[in-house]
Ligand binder design. Sequence first.
Ligand code: MG
Length: 376
Amino acid sequence: MSLSRKEFLKLTGKAILAAGAVDSGIFLTGCNTAKGGNKLEYKIKQLNLVHTWTIARNSSDAKNNVFVKYEKDGTIGIGEAAPNIRYNETPESTIETIEKAQPIFDKFDPWNFVDLGYAILDVTKEQTAAKCAMDIAVMDWVTTKLGVPLYKYLGLDKTQTPITSFSIGIDTPEVMQKKIREAEKYPILKIKVGKENDEQIMKSVRDVTDKTLRVDANEGWKTKEEALEKIKWLEKMNVEFIEQPMPSDMLEETRWLRDRVNIPIVADEAVKGAADIPKLAQAYDGINIKLMKSGGLQEALRMIWMARSLGMKIMLGCMIESSCAITAAAHISPLVDWADLDGNLLIANDPFKGATVENGKMILPEAPGLGIKGEF
Ligand code: MG
């Protein structure tokens, strides 16, 4: 029986779901060797979570991320995509997008990575995780070839990396308290709220810790009155900022809310790329940049300059990602106010080693490129 590509991907998708908890499972690989000596490979790897991960929208035990290897002139660059269903992305759509972009690598010299990035953007459109994987791989290739760590190439000071928060997913009060005790070495915690039991969650957290808390509602509060009441209550609980209190399209309501509260409001789901930022400046105090939303490092840097010019605070966040994408983000973290780069700390079978965390502070590797070690 011969299958169309679409049917094949559909079946493979089901196999991925059926596979369950397989350590470092690799499910689907592809390779394209093109003229000009460009080679672009991809692999889906299952990342198993230490704890079931629950936020206001959904719950999961494992994530299937797509890894990309770009090879030319004997040097390789590695990148990662963490597809997110919130943005209509799946591992299958990510692979389809990477395959669509593969011919573009024949037309551009990777040293011309700015034009290459825009050309890839033309075909990847809204599939920003796929774009991100290719962008990270190209920037890793360029800086590895130059023999310098990415942060150094960008002119950044590695001692200026911020302290990252550690995220505690929604769970029963007992399990959340257990997670908080396990997170002892992280000085700042990020708490997910946005369901019916916010008060119970916050109270059980405050019963066991007096650390600084960042609170993320993941669009969970549906009216401005509800959001105002919750934030007024959170103001009394040593909360540093509140992330995405209401759905991303409620810009007017968020502006109304900001006029009435005393802690900063940070946009996450409401912002993907630089073009989204100017309109958000009227309703939010800061933005949460994630490489998976921006489509990689190059657009993330454009977002940083844009947000700074508008006087906004900048947070650098992540999805559930391995040390590949987390390390890429860590390299630009000296430019931001707040980091939430803990995606790799939440998985049990990280295929890579890269940036580490010491007493909450991000420590960058010294090897050229991303400086990650591990098997593609
Ligand atoms: Mg968030």
